[in-house]
Design a protein around this ligand. Structure first.
Ligand code: GSH
Length: 209
């Protein structure tokens, strides 16, 4: 039995989809980050970084969305969402997972949480503008890669990296030009969202994209 601590629409979405893809028994416990529930002392006992997601499996407590996503895919290989060590797509899969979490995801933090980095209004505004521009370049780059070698990040098969990417595109919805206004990126997101597990996650979290 797994327990996933998450917040609707947050970085817990990809781990949540993986649990559903796996058909694993799980309970979702909502930690509403907009209400500050991540600072609840009980939750801090599980995740001292005050972030979601956290995955609990027996005595194992795990944080970091990308790591949890990979872990669940490997724990349930029948999902066929993680290229096995030695498989030709493995290198690209690892590259994209790392890029998505430490570059694209982090840049969204600069956009959504500029207040964590800048103390003045002008500084925050500048940071958000720069983040929006940088995110635009990242989405353009990914779209170009998909145009040449898609329809998925590693080629012809959907992997957990595509699920992770689809999660991140949600966070660009308030940008002047959201990620999905790019042809190939849009096609990938449509394919991933058509998966019953992604739909089930959206329903369970009460969100529509
Ligand atoms: N590196 C962490 C970041 C997770 C993260 O930033 N989660 C956000 C929600 S999307 C959060 O918990 N924010 C609460 C806060 O910043 O106080 C991961 O990928 O799991």
């Amino acid at each position: 039995m797994f327990t996933l601590y998450g917040s609707p629409g947050a970085a817990s979405m990809a781990p949540h989809v993986m649990l559903i893809e796996a058909g694993a028994p799980y309970e979702l416990i909502i930690v509403d980050v907009d209400k500050g529930q991540q600072f609840d002392p009980d939750y801090l006992g599980l995740n001292p970084h005050a972030r979601v997601p956290t995955l609990v499996e027996g005595d194992r407590v795990m944080f970091e969305a990308a790591a949890i996503t990979i872990y669940l895919g490997e724990r349930f290989p029948a999902t066929n969402l993680i290229p096995a060590p030695g498989a030709p797509e493995r290198a690209a899969f690892l590259q994209w997972m790392a890029y998505l979490t430490n570059t694209v995801q982090e840049e969204h933090m600069h956009y959504w949480h500029a207040d964590n980095y800048m103390s003045s209004d002008a500084g925050r505004r500048e940071m958000m503008e720069n983040a929006e521009r940088r995110l635009g370049s990242m989405w353009d780059h990914i779209d170009g890669v998909l145009a040449k070698a898609g329809p998925y990040l590693t080629g012809t098969s959907c992997t957990a990296a595509d699920i992770y990417l689809t999660m991140l595109t949600r966070w660009s919805r308030k940008l002047a030009r959201p990620a999905t206004e790019r042809l190939h990126l849009r096609a990938l997101v449509d394919r991933v969202k058509a998966r019953p597990a992604y739909q089930a996650m959206l329903k369970a979290e009460g969100i529509d994209q």
